[in-house]
Design a protein around this ligand. Structure first.
Ligand SMILES: C[S@@+](CC[C@H](N)C(=O)[O-])C[C@H]1O[C@@H](n2cnc3c(N)ncnc32)[C@H](O)[C@@H]1O
Length: 209
């Protein structure tokens, strides 16, 4: 938890409480339904919470923003971002129901009122969002295809509406057809070795016209 405060020192007491509670909730639920690997659960704050919050180092979501988390699994990056941005709406989608069971329990346990979950493939979601966040779900061309038409027209941020994807490793091949993509290295924001190869990719997308 100190790790979160190291990089996000301005959290409110309510946010600190919620981030603290995450550990017990995930430990309990992960014993029943495995959504986070055993190794990772011991490093929940580093590998999941702080990593998810890397998106917040690249952009500060304005109040009222709508954000879709595609393939949220156990709730990453959606749940940590929803704690950080209580005035934004988060829609967490996954095609596997049992993963959402854990997410729903965590959301309820934390008393988060800004999170909606849907058991669905993202291709079948018919709504628009300011940003679509994700981690470890699909390569960019597949992902872009899935989320086409789900971007809102109204721009409220300096960064154009589009995808904010947490990725690792060399992305030159994967992103070669996306000239508009920007890469933000998380090592510029976080000192821990885990982030040496981690990046946030921002890809602006056209709204539904
Ligand atoms: C490797 S897990 C990553 C989970 C989470 N984002 C994380 O980083 O911890 C990938 C998740 O994407 C989901 N998924 C894959 N394709 C999907 C699709 N088309 N629509 C919705 N969810 C999908 C899977 O069910 C799985 O839970």
């Amino acid at each position: 938890m100190d790790l979160i405060l190291k990089y996000f020192p301005d959290l409110t007491p309510d946010q600190i409480e919620k981030f603290k509670k995450l550990e017990t909730l995930y430990q309990d639920w992960n014993l029943k339904i495995n959504v986070v690997s055993r190794k990772d659960i011991d490093e929940l704050y580093l590998r999941h919470v702080l990593h998810s919050l890397g998106i917040a180092k690249v952009i500060s979501f304005k109040d009222g923003s709508n954000i879709l988390d595609v393939g949220t699994g156990g709730g990453f990056p959606g749940v940590p971002l929803a704690i950080l941005y209580p005035e934004c709406s988060f829609h967490l989608v996954d095609s596997i129901a049992k993963k959402l069971k854990v997410v729903n329990e965590v959301v309820e346990g934390l008393g988060l009122t800004n999170v909606k979950t849907t058991h669905s493939r993202v291709e079948d979601i018919d709504d628009t969002y300011d940003f679509i966040v994700s981690r470890a779900v699909a390569i960019m061309p597949t992902f872009v295809h899935w989320v086409k038409g789900k971007i809102a027209k109204k721009q409220q941020h300096e960064l154009k509406n589009g995808i904010l994807y947490l990725k690792g490793g060399d992305l030159s091949e994967e992103l070669k057809d996306y000239k508009a993509a920007s890469i933000y290295h998380l090592s510029n924001y976080y000192a821990e070795d885990f982030f040496d190869t981690k990046q946030v990719v921002h890809l602006p997308l056209k709204y539904r016209g």
